[in-house]
Structure formats: C-alpha cells, structure tokens
Design a protein around this ligand. Structure first.
Ligand code: PLP
Length: 397
C-alpha cells in the first residue's frame, strides 16, 4: 500500500520552490535583471580560498579513483577525527572521533534524529518562526511538531510559553540560532533558563528531552554576537552542523552531527542513527568533499558581503516604513507585511517580479522572508518596488 500521508505531503509542494521557479520562468522572458528573487537561502558568494587550494592539493596528491571512491557509511575516520579535534579546541567539550557522524548537511541530521527520537512515539517542539522542514520530519516520523510562540517583538524565547508547550510526549526540541527565517540570534540568558526548565521537565516526565541544535548559520553573525554552543549548557544536546552556508557549498552536501559522550541513552541513539542513515540511503558522503571541508574547518566565505546586504536592506526598508526585527545573523530578513495576509502581499509583489516568501510557511503569519544572500545590485534595483508597495499599502514614511 502506498503511504497516503506521503502522497499528500508530496502533492502539497514547497511554496519557496514554487515562487523561485516562477522567478526562473519570468527571468527567461524578461531577463534576469528584471526579476528580484529573494526566495532561496542559497549563498551567492564564493567558498573560502582554502576550499580550492585543498581541492587542487588533493587532486595532485591522490589517485583520482581514491579521491572519488566510496567513503565509509558514517564518514572517513580522518574526517571524523579532525571534526572532533576542532570541536574540542573550539568549544572545550571532550568529543572523540567515535562521537562524530559525517552527514549530507543538517537535513540528514534532522531527518535521522526525528526518526530515531520520535518513531517510538512522541512529539518534537520548536520555536516560531522556524524552518519549515521541521514539521515535515516530525509529522513523517513522529506524532507531530509543537510550535511554541516566542516574544512577538524580538523572537527571543518566552519561557512561560515554553513551559506551557512542553508535554510528557515531548521527546526533542529543535533549536536554530542564528535563525532561518528571522535572522535572530538567541540570547544566552533565555537559553540557560530553557536548559534549566528542560532539566526540571526531564525529571518530572521521567525521560530525557533532547535538544537538536540545528546550526548551519553558526558563523554568520555580523556584530560580534555570541552564538551559544548549546551542548555546553545542556548535556542532552546533539549538535548538527553543515558546510552549506558558511562555506557556500550547499550542493556538495556535507555536514556532521556530534553526540556528547555523556548523552543519555548514548549507545541506543548512536546505533539507531547509523541504522537510520543506512535505511534512508544517506550513506557515504562524497569522499573528496569530506576531505576538503574538514581541512577548512573554521574558515568561511567572505561574510562581510552579507553584512553589507543586511545593512542596506534593513536600513532602506525601515526608512520606507516597513518594520522588521533586527537580524543579527544568517542571511534572512523577516519583514512584517502591510497586508495581514502575507500570501496576498507576496502575490501582489510577484506582479512586479519581486519574489519573497510568506511567513505562514515558517509558522508565523503576517510576515515575509527575504533571503538577502543575493548580489547587492539585486537589492539596490528592488528598492523602488518596495517603496512603490509601501506607498500603495499606505505605510510609506
Ligand atoms: N536547517 C535550517 C535552519 C536551514 O535553513 C537549512 C537550509 O536552508 C537546513 C537546515 C538544511 O541545510 P543543509 O541540509 O544544506 O545543511
């Protein structure tokens, strides 16, 4: 029997891709220069120089067959070892090679961990606004996703709301900072209070509650804000990282997950994760790209470009009359729509080939997400359209 829930999920599509595809079609008709596409969070700047230097060195020093052969199911031992050393040195926690699994980005981590932690029954919880795929995984493998509201003015954690949202069937909490879609970086104070709350709830419910720290944007912060390393404040945290954004390598599909040695039920979770990776077929991440990325750990693309984009877009839009929570990180701006129906605003903007994504897809109606990992030129040329819309909706300053 074909799983009808999967059929339904497949047919429901992905609004971001739909709008982006519309943009691609329009670009063929009117030309790239006349489409202002802020839909996809795919970096538009080059990877760090280390990536190409390492690639050239590997090509010159290894036989091609060896560089392109299958890697072990959960990663090359040397890649896992270098990752563990990097985490030890950077964050001071005692990770060892055996605690690391190399994955196809954090998407693999999220799919695998929701399956492992929820398929025996249980729910995931996350804070709004959130990356839409969380819901998809939690519904596919568990009893669903609880969406907990954050402070509406800052998108920082609301501890009272969190306490009310937690239930005995909450098995995992997915945290994402810097955040897609808001760009907000969660503050230490709120996270430490959350850690205390979870410790209390674990005792009350009689089972562990795991934090899954989804951190593909860790290095993308612009004014020196602290990005708290969650495993250092809450023991039951599985840390998930990706090279897709910080190194501009989304198509190469490399990331990792790190299990702290003192994680509750470590062996069960680790073994089940290996089996889940195998059952999904997310095996043997590219041998060459594992070598390159771990060699370049700690380097990033030139993120000052994103900072300039952030400043230009945030300052221009707020001066025009729009309101947005100040984005400290990632490469997204979450803007309040002058029409409470964000999808209607998106459709209106589409008529002028300004492509943005409704916040409803991220559990937060009344907003749109703008991915500003685009060229500065696109931002500059889009501003008159934003102004025209502000005037049309009567919010222009
Ligand atoms: N998590 C968040 C918050 C994201 O924004 C994305 C991609 O946009 C992912 C996970 C998945 O990224 P990847 O699988 O490329 O690491």
């Amino acid at each position: 029997m074909i799983d009808q829930n999967l059929v339904k999920a497949g047919l429901s599509g992905n609004i971001i891709r739909e709008i982006a595809e519309y943009g691609a079609e329009q670009a063929k008709i009117v030309g790239e220069d006349h489409v202002y596409n802020f839909t996809i969070g795919s970096p538009s700047i080059d990877p760090p120089a280390c990536v190409f230097e390492t690639m050239n060195r590997l090509r010159a020093s290894m036989p091609a067959w060896q560089l392109h052969t299958y890697a072990p199911l959960i990663g090359l031992p040397e890649a896992r070892d270098k990752t563990a050393k990097y985490l030890r040195k950077t964050f001071g926690l005692p990770y060892q090679m055996q605690d690391i699994i190399i994955t196809c980005g954090t998407s693999t981590c999220l799919a695998v961990l929701t399956r492992v932690l929820l398929s025996g029954g249980g729910r995931a919880m996350t804070f709004t606004p959130y990356f839409m795929d969380y819901k998809y995984y939690a519904e596919a493998f568990g009893d669903g996703l609880t969406e907990c509201q954050t402070d509406p003015d800052t998108f920082q954690l609301d501890l009272e709301a969190a306490e009310q949202a937690l239930t005995p069937d909450t098995m995992m909490l997915i945290l994402n900072s810097p955040n897609n879609p808001s760009g907000v970086v969660l503050k230490r104070e709120g996270l430490e209070a959350l850690a205390k709350l979870l410790e209390r709830k674990q005792i009350e419910y009689g089972h562990p509650i795991y934090i899954v720290a989804d951190e593909p944007y860790r290095e993308l912060v612009y004014d020196g804000q602290e990005v708290v390393f969650l495993p250092s404040i809450y023991k039951n945290t599985i840390y998930c990282y990706s090279f897709s954004k910080s190194m501009s390598l989304p198509g190469e599909r490399v990331g990792f997950m790190a299990f702290p040695p003192d994680l509750d039920d470590y062996m069960d979770i680790y073994s089940a994760s290996v089996a889940a990776i195998r059952s999904f077929g997310y095996i043997c991440v590219s041998n060459m790209w594992q070598r390159i990325t771990v060699e370049c750990l700690g380097t990033t693309s030139d993120i000052s470009i994103y900072k300039k984009n952030r400043d230009l877009l945030y300052n221009s839009l707020t001066e025009m009359g729009y309101s947005c929570v100040y984005p400290d990180g990632a490469f997204y701006l979450f803007m309040k729509t002058p029409d409470p129906d964000a999808e209607a605003f998106c459709r209106r903007a589409m008529k002028d080939l300004l492509l943005v994504v409704p916040g409803d897809s991220f559990g937060t109606p009344g907003y749109v997400r703008l991915a500003y990992c685009v060229s500065r030129d696109v931002i500059e040329r889009s501003l008159p359209i934003f102004r025209k819309l502000a005037e049309e909706y009567g919010i222009a300053k």
